[in-house]
Design a protein around this ligand. Sequence first.
Ligand code: PLP
Ligand code: CA
Length: 306
Amino acid sequence: AQPPKYLTGDSAAINDFIDKFDVFLIDCDGVLWSGDHLFEGVVETLEWLRSKGKRTVFVTNNSTKSRAEYLQKLKKLGIPGDVEEIFGSSYSAAIYISRILKLPAPKNKVFVLGEAGIENELRTENIPFIGGTDRNFRREITPDDFQGIADGSLLDPDVGCVLAGLDFHINYLKLSHAYQYLRRGAVFLATNLDSTFPMNHNFFPGAGSVVVPLTNMIGKQPVALGKPSQAMLDAIEGKFQLDRGRTCMIGDRLNTDIKFGIEGKLGGTLAVLTGVNKKEDWEAEDAVAVPGYYVDKLGDLLAGAQ
Ligand code: PLP
Ligand code: CA
């Protein structure tokens, strides 16, 4: 692939770049903020893009928050936004279930491995679910569980889908339930497959690492609904009626954000250096994806444009 064009400080190149697109799909953590730290120039850059008539959509793989909860996070950091502009992997999974899968009742219940963000998005789409944050699943497995799971008496016959995302209470009991549903033919979905996620200047196990025990048990891969899955981009395209050729994906991670944009044949991809990946990652011979453009930080677009 061609090396990416560096835009920081190059006003002609920045203005050419901006003119090429109507829609910017913007990754959140690592682009707008890191944890609770808002990056310099982010609010002004977003306002500037909007003032030029550009559409901004926040696309995050973080499955632990619903769109409504994400909006609160944006507000807390002072970023203006609307819930309809937010597209998270939990929402992506919920609308995939309700609009694409359309599981026929009564076998339309979802067994959830994950946190409240997933549950809230399922509720918004009127999708019945069990598991998730239910305390009855947040405990050690007992001999009665082994018996009831084995003979099916503790299983819900209406479960037709297993949805796995980041679950801070992952345990053997939940894995055992999920496994039996999958064996019985439940559709296998994952909010996202990130191996890790950044927190407190370090990394922690991500949703993909919660999903791996399931793929190991069942011997097949889930349909993933977060970046770089094209199911997510198809859903975004449908919702916003965007023209892929005039859409740019902005992100910090090559194997999610940049890959997502390239595989989706978007008009462009822009990498920022405020997150997970650095220049040497796309310069490596085995680079998973090479962006079309890069800046040191998102705020450089506005700072360098004049
Ligand atoms: N998953 C979790 C649980 C996270 O907390 C984060 C970032 O905070 C991510 C995934 C990655 O999110 P994004 O796609 O916004 O970088
Ligand atoms: Ca990110």
